[in-house]
Design a protein around this ligand. Structure first.
Ligand SMILES: Cc1cc2nc3c(=O)[nH]c(=O)nc-3n(C[C@H](O)[C@H](O)[C@H](O)COP(=O)(O)O)c2cc1C
Length: 186
Protein backbone atom coordinates (compact mmCIF):
# COMPACT_ATOMS: atom_id res chain seq x y z
CA UNK A 1 0.00 0.00 0.00
CA UNK A 2 0.96 3.58 -0.67
CA UNK A 3 1.12 4.34 3.04
CA UNK A 4 3.77 1.70 3.58
CA UNK A 5 5.99 2.76 0.69
CA UNK A 6 5.77 6.34 1.89
CA UNK A 7 6.93 5.33 5.30
CA UNK A 8 9.91 3.53 3.75
CA UNK A 9 10.87 6.57 1.77
CA UNK A 10 10.55 8.87 4.70
CA UNK A 11 11.58 6.65 7.52
CA UNK A 12 13.81 9.40 8.87
CA UNK A 13 10.94 11.73 9.15
CA UNK A 14 9.20 11.93 12.50
CA UNK A 15 5.96 13.63 11.37
CA UNK A 16 2.67 11.86 10.97
CA UNK A 17 -0.27 13.70 9.43
CA UNK A 18 -3.50 11.84 10.07
CA UNK A 19 -6.82 13.24 8.96
CA UNK A 20 -10.50 12.57 8.48
CA UNK A 21 -12.33 13.97 5.49
CA UNK A 22 -15.66 13.47 3.77
CA UNK A 23 -15.76 16.16 1.09
CA UNK A 24 -11.99 16.71 0.81
CA UNK A 25 -11.62 20.15 2.39
CA UNK A 26 -9.61 18.80 5.32
CA UNK A 27 -7.71 16.63 2.86
CA UNK A 28 -6.71 19.77 0.94
CA UNK A 29 -5.28 21.30 4.11
CA UNK A 30 -3.57 18.00 5.02
CA UNK A 31 -1.83 17.99 1.62
CA UNK A 32 -0.61 21.55 2.14
CA UNK A 33 0.87 20.64 5.50
CA UNK A 34 2.41 17.50 4.02
CA UNK A 35 4.00 19.44 1.19
CA UNK A 36 5.40 21.94 3.65
CA UNK A 37 6.72 19.68 6.40
CA UNK A 38 6.94 16.18 4.91
CA UNK A 39 6.31 13.01 6.86
CA UNK A 40 3.65 10.39 6.47
CA UNK A 41 0.12 11.27 5.35
CA UNK A 42 -2.71 8.96 6.38
CA UNK A 43 -6.45 9.33 5.84
CA UNK A 44 -8.66 7.67 8.45
CA UNK A 45 -11.14 5.15 7.08
CA UNK A 46 -13.88 3.34 8.97
CA UNK A 47 -14.66 -0.36 8.94
CA UNK A 48 -18.26 0.64 8.17
CA UNK A 49 -18.27 3.88 6.17
CA UNK A 50 -20.84 6.56 6.91
CA UNK A 51 -23.87 6.89 4.63
CA UNK A 52 -23.56 9.14 1.57
CA UNK A 53 -26.80 10.88 2.39
CA UNK A 54 -26.26 14.05 4.42
CA UNK A 55 -29.29 13.78 6.72
CA UNK A 56 -28.40 10.16 7.46
CA UNK A 57 -24.83 10.94 8.47
CA UNK A 58 -25.99 13.86 10.60
CA UNK A 59 -28.34 11.66 12.61
CA UNK A 60 -25.82 8.83 12.88
CA UNK A 61 -23.09 11.17 14.17
CA UNK A 62 -25.56 12.76 16.54
CA UNK A 63 -26.39 9.38 18.02
CA UNK A 64 -22.74 8.30 18.21
CA UNK A 65 -21.91 11.49 20.09
CA UNK A 66 -24.78 10.94 22.49
CA UNK A 67 -23.88 7.36 23.28
CA UNK A 68 -20.10 7.81 23.15
CA UNK A 69 -19.83 5.16 20.45
CA UNK A 70 -16.36 4.92 18.92
CA UNK A 71 -16.65 3.59 15.35
CA UNK A 72 -13.94 1.00 14.59
CA UNK A 73 -11.24 2.21 12.22
CA UNK A 74 -10.21 0.27 9.17
CA UNK A 75 -6.96 2.25 9.13
CA UNK A 76 -4.17 0.91 11.27
CA UNK A 77 -0.98 2.79 11.94
CA UNK A 78 1.97 0.56 12.53
CA UNK A 79 4.72 1.67 14.83
CA UNK A 80 3.21 4.90 16.08
CA UNK A 81 6.15 5.20 18.51
CA UNK A 82 8.37 6.37 15.64
CA UNK A 83 6.56 9.69 15.36
CA UNK A 84 7.36 12.65 17.60
CA UNK A 85 4.83 14.98 16.05
CA UNK A 86 1.33 14.11 15.00
CA UNK A 87 -0.81 16.53 13.03
CA UNK A 88 -4.47 15.60 13.40
CA UNK A 89 -6.96 16.96 10.86
CA UNK A 90 -10.74 16.82 11.08
CA UNK A 91 -13.87 18.71 10.07
CA UNK A 92 -16.16 20.10 12.74
CA UNK A 93 -19.16 17.78 12.97
CA UNK A 94 -22.06 18.49 15.26
CA UNK A 95 -19.92 21.29 16.76
CA UNK A 96 -17.51 18.73 18.18
CA UNK A 97 -14.79 16.25 17.23
CA UNK A 98 -15.98 13.62 14.70
CA UNK A 99 -16.35 10.13 16.22
CA UNK A 100 -13.64 8.57 13.99
CA UNK A 101 -11.06 11.04 15.33
CA UNK A 102 -12.20 10.15 18.85
CA UNK A 103 -11.61 6.51 17.89
CA UNK A 104 -8.11 7.33 16.70
CA UNK A 105 -7.17 9.26 19.85
CA UNK A 106 -8.63 6.54 22.05
CA UNK A 107 -6.91 3.70 20.23
CA UNK A 108 -3.37 5.11 20.17
CA UNK A 109 -1.27 6.27 23.09
CA UNK A 110 0.14 9.63 22.09
CA UNK A 111 1.48 10.66 25.48
CA UNK A 112 4.80 12.44 25.27
CA UNK A 113 4.15 13.48 21.68
CA UNK A 114 3.46 16.85 20.16
CA UNK A 115 -0.07 16.96 18.75
CA UNK A 116 -1.02 19.66 16.26
CA UNK A 117 -4.73 19.99 15.39
CA UNK A 118 -6.05 21.35 12.10
CA UNK A 119 -9.65 21.79 11.10
CA UNK A 120 -12.07 22.86 8.42
CA UNK A 121 -15.66 23.76 9.20
CA UNK A 122 -18.78 25.20 7.66
CA UNK A 123 -18.19 28.61 9.19
CA UNK A 124 -19.11 27.86 12.79
CA UNK A 125 -15.58 27.26 14.01
CA UNK A 126 -13.94 24.61 16.16
CA UNK A 127 -16.81 24.11 18.64
CA UNK A 128 -15.67 21.83 21.45
CA UNK A 129 -13.16 19.90 19.30
CA UNK A 130 -10.09 21.10 21.17
CA UNK A 131 -11.55 20.31 24.58
CA UNK A 132 -12.30 16.76 23.43
CA UNK A 133 -8.77 16.39 22.06
CA UNK A 134 -7.36 17.54 25.40
CA UNK A 135 -9.46 14.96 27.23
CA UNK A 136 -8.49 12.10 24.94
CA UNK A 137 -4.85 13.06 24.66
CA UNK A 138 -3.56 13.10 28.19
CA UNK A 139 0.15 13.77 28.40
CA UNK A 140 0.36 15.27 24.91
CA UNK A 141 1.75 18.65 24.16
CA UNK A 142 -0.99 20.24 22.07
CA UNK A 143 0.09 23.16 19.90
CA UNK A 144 -2.07 25.97 18.56
CA UNK A 145 -4.69 24.66 16.14
CA UNK A 146 -5.29 25.76 12.54
CA UNK A 147 -8.91 26.41 11.66
CA UNK A 148 -10.47 27.59 8.42
CA UNK A 149 -13.77 27.67 6.59
CA UNK A 150 -14.25 24.72 4.25
CA UNK A 151 -17.52 23.54 2.74
CA UNK A 152 -21.05 23.43 4.07
CA UNK A 153 -22.65 20.21 2.90
CA UNK A 154 -25.96 21.22 4.48
CA UNK A 155 -26.16 23.95 1.83
CA UNK A 156 -24.77 21.81 -0.97
CA UNK A 157 -21.23 23.24 -0.74
CA UNK A 158 -18.84 20.29 -0.91
CA UNK A 159 -15.19 21.00 -1.81
CA UNK A 160 -14.68 24.73 -1.27
CA UNK A 161 -10.89 24.76 -0.80
CA UNK A 162 -9.95 25.00 -4.47
CA UNK A 163 -8.90 27.67 -6.97
CA UNK A 164 -8.34 31.08 -5.35
CA UNK A 165 -9.62 29.83 -2.03
CA UNK A 166 -6.93 27.16 -2.11
CA UNK A 167 -4.22 29.78 -2.55
CA UNK A 168 -5.67 31.83 0.26
CA UNK A 169 -5.79 28.86 2.64
CA UNK A 170 -2.30 27.79 1.65
CA UNK A 171 -0.91 31.20 2.63
CA UNK A 172 -2.73 30.93 5.97
CA UNK A 173 -1.40 27.41 6.54
CA UNK A 174 2.18 28.45 5.88
CA UNK A 175 1.88 31.46 8.20
CA UNK A 176 0.42 29.24 10.92
CA UNK A 177 3.17 26.63 10.51
CA UNK A 178 5.74 29.35 10.88
CA UNK A 179 4.00 30.69 13.98
CA UNK A 180 4.21 27.29 15.67
CA UNK A 181 7.85 26.92 14.78
CA UNK A 182 7.90 25.11 11.45
CA UNK A 183 9.59 26.61 8.50
CA UNK A 184 8.42 25.05 5.26
CA UNK A 185 10.81 22.57 3.66
CA UNK A 186 10.32 23.91 0.16
C1 LIG B 1 -22.15 15.33 9.63
C2 LIG B 1 -21.66 16.73 9.45
C3 LIG B 1 -21.80 17.64 10.49
C4 LIG B 1 -21.31 18.94 10.36
N1 LIG B 1 -21.44 19.78 11.41
C5 LIG B 1 -20.90 21.02 11.31
C6 LIG B 1 -20.93 21.89 12.45
O1 LIG B 1 -21.44 21.55 13.52
N2 LIG B 1 -20.38 23.12 12.30
C7 LIG B 1 -19.79 23.53 11.14
O2 LIG B 1 -19.27 24.65 11.06
N3 LIG B 1 -19.74 22.72 10.05
C8 LIG B 1 -20.28 21.49 10.13
N4 LIG B 1 -20.20 20.64 9.03
C9 LIG B 1 -19.51 21.12 7.82
C10 LIG B 1 -18.07 20.66 7.73
O3 LIG B 1 -17.37 20.92 8.93
C11 LIG B 1 -17.33 21.36 6.60
O4 LIG B 1 -18.03 21.20 5.40
C12 LIG B 1 -15.91 20.82 6.44
O5 LIG B 1 -15.16 21.69 5.60
C13 LIG B 1 -15.93 19.43 5.87
O6 LIG B 1 -14.62 18.93 5.78
P1 LIG B 1 -14.27 17.77 4.72
O7 LIG B 1 -14.52 18.35 3.34
O8 LIG B 1 -12.83 17.49 4.95
O9 LIG B 1 -15.15 16.61 4.97
C14 LIG B 1 -20.69 19.36 9.14
C15 LIG B 1 -20.59 18.43 8.10
C16 LIG B 1 -21.06 17.15 8.24
C17 LIG B 1 -20.91 16.18 7.10
Amino acid sequence: QEQESESDLQSDDANLIVYLTRTNNTKAVASMIHEAVGGELIELALESPYPEDYESIVSQVDEENETGYLPPLETTIGNIEQYDTIFIGFPTWDMTLPPPMKSFLSEYDLSGKTVIPFNTNGGYGLGSTLEVIEELCAGCQILEAFETKGGLERDGILLAIKNERQEEVEADVLAWLESIGYSALR
